[in-house]
Design a protein around this ligand. Structure first.
Ligand code: FES
Length: 105
C-alpha cells in the first residue's frame, strides 16, 4: 500500500453551508486534507496544536475519532465557541474507519 493511497472521504461543511467531499489518505490530519484541497482553515501555529484557530466541529463518527490529548484539550479550552463536537483540525489524524467524516468549519 502506497502512502498516497486514498482511504476515504471527508465532507467539509463550509461557512456558507455548502459541502465539499474530498479524499484523504490514512495518516493525514484534517487540516492537511483541507489544505491539499484549497479549503481554508485558519492555522496560525501551522499545526502545532497550540493556537486553537483550526478549531472545527465534527458532526458524526465521534466514537471513531482519536482520543483528545491533554494538549488539545487545553488549547480548545482557550478557544471561542467550543462545543462537545469541537476538535483541532491539525490534531485529528484520519484513518480508514473515519470514511464519511463530516467536518464543519
Ligand atoms: S493550527 Fe494551531 S492549533 Fe491547529
Amino acid at each position: 500500500m502506497g502512502a498516497s493511497e486514498k482511504k476515504g472521504v471527508v465532507v467539509f461543511v463550509l461557512r456558507n453551508e455548502t459541502e465539499r467531499s474530498v479524499s484523504f489518505s490514512a495518516g493525514q490530519t484534517i487540516l492537511q486534507v483541507a489544505q491539499e484541497n484549497d479549503i481554508h482553515i485558519t492555522s496560525a501555529c501551522e499545526g502545532m496544536g497550540i493556537c486553537g484557530t483550526c478549531h472545527v466541529a465534527i458532526e458524526n463518527l465521534h466514537d471513531k475519532l482519536p482520543k483528545i490529548s491533554d494538549q488539545e484539550n487545553d488549547t480548545l479550552d482557550g478557544s471561542i465557541g467550543v462545543t462537545m463536537q469541537s476538535r483541532l483540525a491539525c490534531q485529528v489524524v484520519l484513518d480508514e474507519t473515519m470514511d464519511g467524516l463530516r467536518v464543519k468549519i
